[in-house]
Design a binder for this molecule. Structure first.
Ligand code: URA
Length: 434
């Protein structure tokens, strides 16, 4: 078999056989196929797409490039969640403990952040002492003893994805539905969960800009999951502003803990996390209907069971539980600077990507893979889409190392203000429930 023929076939819009796809992925991972040929094929896939059969074959061979976790020693249906990512997205920290507290084991592997995106692993790392890279035995123990396990992705889960993702990152070939599907689903299938809920983000700063594209990605992942016997549901949610008030690692832990304590239960972040958790309870067999699942989610917050589950998870994995009650034990910023609105108006949009990049400049995110983060810095977003602000109102509170490099204009430029109130669209745009 020659790699040249695969590239040529895809360039003309033809289909690749499972054998050809296996030949490519194995060769890319072991280095026998040079990066320039893999890059050319990736670009051809971006333009020409892949059929469902090709996407399935690609997912399978990527899944089998490494280890598959066996979670069968933990009783019950294990339910995982994946979000295609957004600034301020800390839903894992909130829903993991809720789902576990309701009796459904919730195993999750998470990533570190890069660029404007935050990573769940970095958020958990803000809890002093908490071990965020668990061995397989530690991961299974955490799942068995607390119902919740979260760890940085180990190198031996779908290693072919690591190689191909790095190439996609530098060849502008990330935004392709079959490539995103295979990348995410190979890791999810290897992670050993029985069911998965997807939160596919849709909006100007998400991978998928339109509802049609987001539905296409969601359906593609649902098809692949279903074909492999995984129960899978997808929610498509709006992504036109940061999620919640916190951007930055320790701040995001604070916001998550507040929601688990029952504060801000009416925020959009809480509503979205509770809805995802409810879908997970249904898939895990803990509820039959959405209202029943939602009632269980609320009960886990009100009884304190959810925050208690987070405490047990943190304690078991070496973290300082006191930091969940006393936020002064979390990493702190040196300076706090308020940014004031420079005119009156209704907020119609908040550029989450822009704020993510500003948070990265403060040290909350990585410019390069090996950067060391400042876990205490970040931004409190006091502005909200739909809210009326007057000149002089505090719209952002910036937590920084030092006050001398904070330029208000850069923060104010992330806000769009108008004279008339904007229509408020619900966070949930669509869903796919098989
Ligand atoms: N996240 C992934 O893991 N893979 C993609 O391709 C895109 C987002």
């Amino acid at each position: 078999m020659r790699m040249y023929d695969l590239i040529y076939t895809k360039k003309l819009g033809g289909a690749l056989s499972p054998e050809q796809i296996a030949f490519w992925v194995k060769g890319a991972a072991d280095g026998s196929i040079p990066d320039e040929q893999s890059s050319a094929l990736l670009m051809a896939i971006c333009w020409r797409g892949m059929s469902t059969e090709e996407t399935l074959a690609l997912t399978l061979v990527m899944r089998d490039s490494g280890k598959r976790l066996d979670l069968s020693s933990v009783p019950g249906l294990k339910v995982d969640k994946h979000s295609t990512g957004g600034v301020g997205d800390k839903t894992t920290l909130i829903l993991g403990p809720i789902v576990a507290a309701c009796g459904v084991p919730c195993p999750m592997f998470s990533g570190r952040g890069l660029g404007h995106t935050g990573g769940t692993v970095d958020k958990f790392a803000a809890i002093p002492g908490l071990k965020v890279e668990l061995s397989e035995a530690e991961f299974i123990r955490s799942l068995a003893e607390t119902g919740f396990a979260n760890s940085a992705q180990t190198g031996n889960i779908a290693p072919a994805d690591k190689k191909l993702y790095a190439l996609r990152d530098v060849t502008a070939t990330v935004e392709s539905i079959p490539l995103i599907t295979a990348s995410i689903m190979s890791k999810k299938l290897a992670g050993g969960a029985d069911a998965l809920v997807l939160d596919v983000k849709c909006g100007p700063t998400a991978f998928m800009k339109t509802l049609e594209e987001a539905r296409g990605l969601a359906q593609s992942m649902v098809d692949v999951g279903t074909a492999h016997g995984m129960q899978i549901r997808a929610l498509i949610t709006r992504m036109d502003a940061p999620l919640g008030w916190a951007i930055g690692n320790a701040l995001e832990v604070m916001e998550s803990v507040e929601i688990l304590r029952g504060e801000h239960g009416d925020s959009e972040l809480a509503e979205m996390s509770f809805r995802l958790a409810a879908e997970m309870l249904i898939m895990g067999g803990a509820a039959q209907t959405l209202p029943e699942a939602q009632a269980k989610v609320q009960a886990s917050i009100q009884s304190g069971a959810a925050i208690e589950t987070l405490r047990r998870f943190v304690a078991l994995n070496g973290g300082d539980v006191r930091a969940l009650d006393d936020f002064s034990l979390l990493p702190q910023a040196g300076k706090v600077v308020d940014i004031l609105a420079d005119r009156d108006g209704y907020i119609t949009a908040i550029d989450g990507r822009g704020l993510g990049l500003l948070a990265m400049e403060l040290g909350a995110g990585r410019k390069n893979q090996n950067d060391v983060l400042d876990l205490g810095v970040g931004i409190r977003v006091m502005a909200q889409v739909g809210k009326y602000v007057r000149m002089g109102d505090v719209v952002f509170r910036v937590y920084a190392k030092a006050a001398d490099n904070i330029f208000s204009r850069l923060y104010l430029d992330t806000l769009q203000l108008t004279e008339t109130a904007p229509p408020i669209t619900p966070y949930l745009l669509s869903h796919i429930i098989q």
